[in-house]
Design a protein around this ligand. Structure first.
Ligand code: SF4
Length: 734
């Protein structure tokens, strides 16, 4: 193998930027190389992992993996450095109160204690008083087992995931527009597409490898291939665009409806597609007169000519891919925004064809696998719904539990769940592979909630995190490279992750912890799985005949291939695109136009709080920094949190570059040095959400709002009203 080429292929950053991901001086040929997938974002890059004597030394992009074809970003390249840190959890611990010291315990005692407490709560308070809050970091096998345990056996649907903060609006958007969840596109569409519409996504920072592929495609024919970016900030993503629409945060539906208005008026509708493959066009058409470019321009705060230009670039292109992520999803009208993007594709027939379609970019490595296995409070395995009687009956039969065992009431979603903990309705909360005390909006209420819980269990890889500080029980989990299993990336591609080394101390795979607990709860037979593969084989059967059918995907096959569902039998291959026959999984086979009106965000600005606060990511950090925050080379680009604001606003407030600013909202505050810029709309300020309270007072989620979309229940992390105050420098003591 020519590793030199691999290193060259890995570089996805700008020329001249430091690439500090040579993590070991051991020659490649002295390492044993295993195959895995990067555990950070939903691009799902395939990686080759170099191990020697139980230690992971190097990671390379796997040139055979279709998601990245050998490319990696710095986060993926530095994975070895997040494994053997001094804060790895390696044995179970218990304490009476959150204020006491933890005491080391063994698995027997710890799981016995949790089982006793759980039995008491189920008996006295009912199953709804117990909840799991899980994560898109879990593997498919973990997801399946925990959902089976809670929904089929403990009798609670209170299993929600941090994917609720990430992709819930996309799930509901696909379901309401197309009849089923799941992006119909694939990464290979990038090389087939002539127009890229990126809205509410800073792909360069959040999905660097996908961005690089778009950039390469653009570079292959810069005149013909068009890139449109809609974002209140002029990000590195926007810098690549032919057309940047710096719209006011939260106004996407007005923009998208106005683009459709132009497309209709200018005669670019695909009338045959609308007639033959869709329903409810008339309903949508009726609201379009309200969204002339001039009217939308007022709402969006941009020129009407930009809206016209964007609409015509999109409509005239022979193919178009739309990408989006949190900028649309994290909104009190997140589902409407998703529907409005999909409307554009349906109206122009740009779906089910090479290089065309709506493509939500998943934030986490296995948010898709979670959705497939029922990892949200309203779902059951195989994209089934709790609210659907037939779906419940199918799973009851499959799990061989009594009719009616699965409660017909969907469980509590993330924000509802923490509110129920605060109200004393949920007594036990079991938090797995996530850090809600840094990631949930309006953190002070989450803190108050956890302080009230009778039992907080944290199953994690590290301690301390902002959340493990509040735990009564710590359960050490094995992490990436220390156990095997599968994940599904943003393009529906299932990949297998090898176990390459042993976990530290007594840490175990998450599925094993759930099964050992389940057996203590009396479900020995149903949770007698001996391997991740056993679980996968059971889960696979639940998908038979569903849209997410993976009947033909075995571990043996996944060790050689990376397969996109559906793949119903062993003779079937990957399905790169859905709906290529233009039949949709609705009652009449037609996709549905959704007539969505613009609605302002939940907390508008006012005199007291005149700024729009929006949050997001930086390129080299991941979520709440429990892993990437420990890697010096990743901290180099952005060592601290910062508040980005427009120079004109800064001047009015007397704030200079790097001066400390307090961002204050109706719920709380955070402090950070100011970064002055002309790349953000005046009146808007931006702060990355990665830095939690372990890093000082920069935890911006103490200030964000916990309003959520009424359908998806995804919170509005991208918009709240804030005021900014310059802080006087602290004088050094003499
Ligand atoms: S963080 Fe995302 S883009 Fe970067 S290597 Fe990992 S999966 Fe790929």
């Amino acid at each position: 193998m020519n590793w030199k080429n691999f290193v060259e292929m890995m570089v996805v950053y700008e020329e001249g930027e430091e690439t500090l991901w040579e993590t070991s001086s051991i020659p490649d040929k002295e390492l044993r190389w295993g195959k895995s997938v990067c555990p950070y974002c939903g691009v799902g890059c395939g990686v080759l992992v170099g191990e020697k004597e139980g230690k992971i030394h190097k990671v390379r992009g796997n040139p055979e993996h279709p998601a990245n074809r050998g490319l990696l970003c710095a986060k993926g390249g530095t994975l070895p450095l997040m494994l053997d840190t001094p804060d790895r959890l390696s044995f179970p611990s218990l304490r009476e109160k959150a204020s006491s010291e933890f005491e080391r315990a063994n698995w027997e005692k710890t799981l016995g204690f949790i089982a006793e407490k759980t039995k008491a709560v189920l008996k006295n308070d009912g199953p709804e008083a117990f909840a799991f809050y899980i994560s898109g970091q879990l593997l498919t096998e973990d997801y399946y087992v925990v959902n089976k345990l809670a929904k089929g056996f403990l009798g609670t649907n209170n299993v929600d995931s941090n994917s609720r903060l990430c992709m819930a609006s996309a799930v509901a958007g696909y379901m309401t527009s197309l009849g089923a969840d799941g992006p119909p596109t694939c990464y290979d569409d990038i090389e087939e597409s002539n127009c890229f519409f990126l809205i509410g996504t800073n792909t360069a920072a959040c999905h660097p490898v996908t961005f690089q592929r778009i950039k390469n495609r653009k570079a292959s024919n810069p005149k013909e291939i068009k890139v449109i970016v809609a974002d209140p900030r002029r990000t590195r993503t926007a810098e690549m665009a032919d057309l940047h629409l710096p719209l006011k945060p939260g106004t996407d539906v007005a923009l998208l409806n106005a683009m459709l208005h132009v497309i209709e008026k200018e005669g670019y509708l695909d009338q045959a597609f609308i007639r033959n493959h869709t329903a409810d066009w008339e309903k949508l058409k009726n609201i379009l007169p309200l969204y002339s470019p001039e009217k939308a321009a007022e709402i969006c705060g941009i020129e009407a000519s930009l809206i016209r230009e964007a609409a015509l670039l999109f409509a005239k292109a022979s193919s178009a891919l739309s990408f989006w992520s949190m900028g649309l999803n994290q909104s009190s009208s997140g589902v409407a925004k998703n529907n409005a993007v999909i409307n554009l594709h349906l109206a122009t027939g740009k779906i089910g064809k090479p290089g065309s379609g709506p493509f939500s970019l998943t934030g986490q490595p296995n948010a898709m696998g979670g959705r497939e296995t029922g990892g949200l409070a309203h779902l059951l395995p195989g994209h089934r719904l709790i609210g659907n009687e037939r779906h419940r009956a199918e799973m009851e039969q499959f799990w061989n539990v009594a009719e009616g065992r699965i409660s017909p009431t969907p469980g509590l979603t993330a924000i509802e769940l923490f509110r129920a903990v605060e109200a004393g309705k949920v007594k036990i909360i079991w938090i797995v592979a996530t850090n809600p005390l840094a990631s949930i909006p309006n953190l002070n209420f989450v803190k108050a909630a956890l302080a009230k819980a009778e039992l907080v269990i944290c199953q994690d890889v590290y301690h301390p995190t902002e959340t493990t500080h509040m735990a009564h029980v710590l359960l050490p989990a094995a992490q990436w490279s220390e156990r095997d299993g599968t994940v599904t990336n943003s393009e529906r591609r299932v990949s297998y992750l090898e176990k390459i080394r042993e976990p530290p101390g007594e840490a175990k795979p998450d599925w094993q912890i759930f099964c050992e607990f389940a057996r203590r709860m009396g479900f020995e037979k149903e949770f007698s799985f001996e391997s991740a593969e056993d679980i996968y084989e059971e889960y696979k059967k639940t998908t038979r005949g569903t849209g997410v059918d993976i009947g033909g995907v075995s571990y043996a096959r996944l060790k050689k291939e990376f397969i996109q569902w559906p793949c119903p039998d062993e003779h079937a291959g990957s399905t790169p695109r859905l709906y290529t026959d233009f039949r949709f999984p609705t009652s009449d086979g037609r996709a549905r136009f959704q007539a969505r009106e613009y609605a302002p965000p939940a907390e508008p600005t006012d005199e007291a709080y005149p700024f729009i606060l929006t949050t997001g990511r930086v390129r080299d950090q991941w979520h709440t920094m429990t892993r990437t925050g420990k890697i010096d080379s990743l901290l180099k680009a952005e060592p601290y949190a910062f508040l980005e604001l427009h120079r004109d606003d800064a001047e009015k407030l007397g704030i200079g570059e790097n001066e400390m600013v307090e961002v204050h909202t109706r719920r709380g505050f955070a402090k950070a040095p100011a970064h002055l810029s002309e790349n953000i709309r005046p009146g808007t300020c931006f702060m990355p959400f990665h830095w939690g309270s372990l890093w000082g007072e920069a935890d911006i989620n103490a200030a964000t709002v916990d309003a959520f979309d009424p359908i998806s229940k995804q919170p509005e992390l991208k918009f709240c009203a804030a005021r900014l105050t310059r802080l006087e420098p602290v004088k050094a003591e003499t």
